[in-house]
Ligand binder design. Structure first.
Ligand code: SF4
Length: 252
């Protein structure tokens, strides 16, 4: 399949999500894949009838009527480059980027009990930190939605081999779409360059997968692209709980 065919297929999946499952949201991790989706979603047509921009349209109204809501999770431990990208996305695209934050009480309790970097001490404490800073805010972000969209690709990790483009997410209780599932890493970067899409500058410094600053490091060429995430753990454990059923997390 050519890149243009993959783009067309992805747009078709986005349309299907809007048509069959509204209200729909896009969980924007601000990774390279999600910047492709940001660009494609921002170019989706708005619902009819709505005046065209520059022809008397209320631009604020246009933003709020976008068919897919976009949000990101600010864990409080993100790299500075990710915050710079958040700002660039807000300036470049008319689709609002809503930011969800962790519950401050839960963070204070965790840090009091385990220390500011307690997530290095065990897989259990790492997953607890991810739960407080990511999973709980995600639940709030998904509340009331009928479907969510992510930028996961099949070849990113062993934990993502069995994903489908569209499936029911039993853990969160709504449909989940992975429209870039069969895109390659090269496809993603070709799209970004062709469309001058903003991206996290850490990607230029050998960070193919970017999460929280203390849990992400650069990789050497040829290494698995997720090897820089939680590098001290086994590959089978390397999900933060956003995309893994809680039943599986409990077994891990
Ligand atoms: Fe905590 Fe690290 Fe998970 Fe971020 S990636 S939520 S700092 S354990």
């Amino acid at each position: 399949m050519t890149l243009q065919e993959k783009i067309s297929s992805t747009i078709a999946v986005l349309h299907q999500a809007v048509q069959d499952f509204s209200p729909v949201c896009f969980a924007n991790s601000l990774g390279a894949e999600d910047m492709v989706l940001t660009d494609l979603i921002a170019k989706l047509p708005l619902p009819n009838p709505l005046p065209q921009a520059g022809e008397g349209a209320n631009d604020s109204l246009r933003e709020h009527l976008h068919p897919i809501e976009m949000f990101s999770l600010d864990t409080g431990r993100l790299p500075q480059e990710t915050y710079e990208l958040m700002q660039a996305v807000s300036k470049r695209y008319s689709v609002p980027l809503k930011i969800y934050f962790p519950d401050s009480g839960l963070i204070e309790e965790y840090v009091t009990q385990n220390g500011i970097n307690g997530f290095y001490d065990s897989v259990e404490l790492r997953k607890r930190c991810c739960h407080i800073r990511k999973v709980e805010p995600l639940r709030r972000a998904l509340y009331g939605k009928h479907a969510w969209i992510t930028g996961m690709r099949r070849d990113q990790a062993v934990t993502r081999n069995s994903l489908e483009v569209s499936s029911y997410d039993t853990d969160h209780g709504l449909q989940k779409f992975n429209p870039l599932l069969d895109w390659s890493n090269a496809d993603v970067w070709e799209y970004i360059r062709q469309n001058d899409v903003p991206y996290n500058k850490l990607h230029d410094r050998f960070y193919p997968s970017i999460g929280c600053a203390p849990c992400t490091r650069s990789v050497t060429p040829g290494e698995d692209i997720r090897s820089g995430r939680w590098w001290w753990e086994n590959p089978e454990n390397k999900e933060c709980g956003l995309h893994v059923a809680s039943s599986l997390l409990r077994k891990a």
